[in-house]
Design a protein around this ligand. Structure first.
Ligand SMILES: [Zn+2]
Length: 302
């Protein structure tokens, strides 16, 4: 480029590097004659100069294209390697999450298991105490029932009453003895396993589509106390999204009344294998809580 021959309006020829630094000015002193000025536009618009410059530029562009293609050929040898590499990080994160969830789950199961065993041990202890109490009571009644004496010389009425009274005691103690055996040998606890429908997606986490989303807002994004705003989630590569099951696309957050709002889009799969697009407005999507509520008037359009 520097050595290109530029024709001057006065007819002389100079190297491009002689005038290159002066191209920003409207006019420059003629580098050959040094006695007159040359208008920059006029000089560069001369057909011959245009031809020389444009051809040089084209050759430069061509060279850089060849360079790009040469660089691209490095990837052509093993495109799978580079695709794998670009997904390695997310795959590692998912692998890590798998181990994390397993550990967390194991820990929770073990803690819960220990709690259940403690409940059983407590019940066993209570049962033993109850058994000992009852045995003590029965033993004291046993002594009493050995001494149920009905003297011959008491009145018949009193005798009958006494027999009735003793019978009741015998019946009570008999019953106590029987229930003590039942209580001792029958388990007082039951274990009922529940049918589990573990929401693994919510526990494990989802893959989010990492696509640039745009927010077009009529109001000021940074104002946090505004009461109304309009914002838009733009899915740039919709056909990719169609194959992205189990993924959600979230817009950038929009702050309205100090709450963070996002538009979420995801595919909803139906039992008859149909897939539809669902889109939602979410308030503080990172927080899952039902201890507070927000009222909002929302208009979603597609
Ligand atoms: Zn000149």
């Amino acid at each position: 480029m520097e050595d290109l021959e530029i024709t001057l309006p006065c007819g002389f020829v100079t190297k491009f590097k002689e005038i290159n630094l002066m191209m920003d000015m409207d006019k420059f002193p003629c580098p050959v004659c040094k006695t007159h000025f040359v208008k920059t536009d006029q000089c560069m618009n001369m057909t011959r100069n245009k031809l020389v410059m444009n051809k040089a530029k084209m050759l430069m562009d061509q060279k850089s294209l060849f360079e790009s293609i040469k660089n691209l050929k490095v990837f052509e040898d093993d495109p799978k390697f580079y695709i794998d590499e670009s997904f390695d990080e997310i795959k590692n994160q998912i692998d890590l999450r798998r181990e994390e969830i397993k550990l967390m789950f194991n820990e929770k199961v073990d803690i819960y298991y220990d709690d259940l065993l403690k409940t059983i041990d407590k019940q066993k202890e209570l049962k033993l105490n109850k058994f000992n109490d009852k045995m003590e009571k029965i033993k004291s009644f046993e002594n009493d029932t050995n001494n149920l004496i009905i003297y011959d010389d008491i009145e018949i009425d009193t005798k009958l009453k006494l027999i009735d009274y003793y019978s009741k005691i015998i019946k009570y103690v008999t019953n106590l003895a029987e229930t003590t055996v039942v209580d001792l040998t029958e388990a007082s606890l039951q274990f009922k396993p529940l049918d589990v429908d573990l929401d693994i997606q919510n526990v494990f986490g989802k893959i989010n589509w990492q696509e640039e989303t745009k927010i077009i807002s009529v109001n000021d994004q940074k104002k946090t106390d505004q009461e109304e705003t309009t914002f838009q989630l733009v899915i740039n590569n919709f056909s990719n999204f169609l194959h992205a099951r189990n993924m959600v696309i979230l817009s950038k957050p929009c702050i309205v009344n100090n709450f963070e709002w996002k538009i979420q889009a995801n595919l909803v799969e139906h039992e008859n294998d149909d897939t539809t697009l669902g889109f939602f407005l979410r308030c503080d999507p990172l927080i899952s809580s039902n201890v507070w509520s927000v009222n909002a008037n929302v208009e979603l359009s597609i």
